[in-house]
Design a protein around this ligand. Structure first.
Ligand SMILES: C[S@@+](CC[C@H](N)C(=O)[O-])C[C@H]1O[C@@H](n2cnc3c(N)ncnc32)[C@H](O)[C@@H]1O
Length: 206
């Protein structure tokens, strides 16, 4: 486990508090409160979504590959979602049968997976036909000037946060065979300019 990853895990909740209070927490509510059936969340991190799931959930599995994040996720799951199952796994290699979930949730994860195309292929594989991907991701800006800035600063973002700030994640979701059925192009509140452009929505597996 790298020192960067340990520090990032230790600081994550504190670093994100202002953004959460300024609106990200409401975005999570909006994305998840109505989600029902058998749900898989990828890259669960410190468990920021756990308190946002509603009564329609029949089962919840949360995956996370990083040791330091995983420990925090397990602690939070014990407190807030004792029926949730926590599994250590990367999104590129999900240890689940084909078509085993109704919904996959990805919040602030597709920016940092090692292989976005492979991760989305795995997400699609484990979703039943017609299943849905609920996403909240920071992405490459549509404004060319901001996108150029994101390209220039990406090395620093990668060093600190371990992810890319300039990925075309919406195109990648569509290229993976999903049909986007709900989309809001928005901004992460109180986030640095280069990680502000965001997409929140739902995509249906074909
Ligand atoms: C910015 S955090 C987001 C955590 C959480 N989803 C949230 O909304 O607060 C990114 C998370 O993705 C995880 N991650 C990194 N590489 C991954 C991969 N290949 N597959 C799945 N998760 C990954 C990180 O360990 C981290 O927990």
């Amino acid at each position: 486990m790298s020192l960067r990853a340990s520090l990032f895990a230790a600081m994550y909740d504190r670093m994100s508090r202002k953004s959460e209070e300024a609106g990200v927490s409401d975005m999570r509510d909006d994305l998840l409160a109505d989600a029902g059936g058998h749900i898989l969340e990828i890259g669960g991190g410190t468990g920021a979504n756990l308190s946002h799931y509603g009564a329609k959930v029949e089962s919840l599995v949360v995956t996370e590959p990083d040791d330091a994040m995983l420990r925090r996720l397990q602690d939070k799951a014990r407190e807030q979602a004792p029926l949730a199952k926590v599994v250590q796994a990367p999104a590129e290699n999900l240890p689940f049968e084909d078509a085993s979930f109704d919904i996959v949730v990805s919040t602030l994860v597709l920016c940092g997976v090692d292989d976005q195309e492979r991760s989305l292929r795995e997400v699609r594989r484990v979703l039943r036909p017609g299943g849905r991907l609920h996403f909240l991701e920071h992405v490459r800006s549509d404004d060319p000037a901001v996108a150029r800035f994101q390209d220039r600063i990406n090395w620093l973002n990668h060093l600190v946060a371990g992810c890319d700030c300039n990925r075309r994640t919406l195109s990648a979701i569509e290229a993976a065979g999903f049909t986007v059925s709900r989309l809001e192009q928005t901004a992460l509140p109180k986030a640095p300019k280069f990680v502000r452009p965001s997409i929140v929505g739902v995509a249906v597996a074909g």
